[in-house]
Design a protein around this ligand. Structure first.
Ligand SMILES: Nc1ncnc2c1ncn2[C@@H]1O[C@H](COP(=O)(O)OP(=O)(O)OP(=O)(O)O)[C@@H](O)[C@H]1O
Length: 256
């Protein structure tokens, strides 16, 4: 069974303690929403999880293997992959070539025919197969988000971290991303979903982790978390961020 065990992760930038001892555990194909006001430390935590930033302390184990000392490519090989808040398509490669990259980076001797088949199947699922020969730079923001999800599928890690997958996405593509998430999760993968769009978080996630000032202040089912006084205070205390943090939608969330 997939396990991700995060223990007491700490990270300081200068005098700013950005992560203050973050701990949580994922067992199996969970779909966990990671939320928190702007600046709470979500992206920093993600960067620590994928090996891009080394923590000052704490331990991360993926499937009982310690991954916090590893480089990002080693973390990816170990089974943790992520997308980025600001999407990074390879602009000078075609859409199809973009998909080859993770497969060949993981295994230079991968069977090209199988890689090609998989890439084409993924493009069809993401409804961008007609773009297969377009360059990355020609895609819209939403199409680039889909391509990034496709690249992650080519890697096919055990734990997927999706950082703001809906940001800047045209409403017509949202359904495709929802389906993508549900399919991947249905295939037994664990997903950590970071989003300021509370409606999406409440629709998709069965568990929410709330970060505030580098601490996990709540961890549980959305209905419970939403009524947690500390969570309400965290969002209320961040008035300038109200539009982004979704306090209003937290109250109005569809499954609330
Ligand atoms: N490389 C860095 N150097 C110094 N401070 C940093 C660095 N990266 C992040 N921070 C600070 O760490 C804090 C947490 O930032 P982070 O981006 O992790 O938060 P977040 O929860 O992802 O925010 P958002 O929702 O706005 O993306 C912020 O105060 C930010 O300014």
């Amino acid at each position: 069974m997939i396990t991700l065990d995060v223990r007491d992760i700490r990270k300081k930038f200068g005098n700013h303690q950005v992560l203050k001892g973050v701990s949580f555990r994922i067992d199996g194909p969970e779909l966990v929403g990671l939320i928190g006001p702007n600046g709470a430390g979500k992206t920093t935590l993600t960067n620590v999880l994928d090996g891009a930033i080394k923590p000052d302390g704490g331990v991360i184990r993926l499937n009982d293997r310690r991954i916090d000392p590893l480089h990002p490519y080693e973390v990816a090989r170990a089974g943790l992959g992520r997308t980025f808040q600001v999407t990074r398509a390879f602009r000078r490669m075609t859409v199809l070539e973009n998909l080859y990259v993770p497969a060949l980076a993981m295994d230079r001797h991968a069977n090209r025919r199988l890689v090609d088949e998989k890439a084409n199947e993924i493009l069809a699922f993401l409804t961008i197969d007609h773009l297969r020969n377009e360059y990355g730079r020609a895609l819209s923001g939403g199409q680039q988000k889909l391509l990034e999800l496709g690249r992650l599928l080519m890697l096919d890690p055990d734990v997927y971290i999706l950082d703001e997958p809906f940001a800047g996405v045209h409403p017509s593509l949202m359904a495709t991303i929802y389906k993508w998430i549900e399919r991947v999760n249905g295939q037994g993968k664990a997903i950590i979903l970071i989003s300021h769009q509370m409606e999406s978080i409440f629709t998709l996630c069965r568990r929410l982790l709330v970060l505030n000032f580098g601490d996990v202040i709540a961890d549980g089912p959305p209905q419970v978390v939403k009524n947690d006084p500390e969570v309400i205070k965290a969002y209320l205390g961040n008035e300038e961020d109200m539009s982004g943090t979704g306090l209003v939608t937290l109250k109005e969330a569809p499954h609330a």
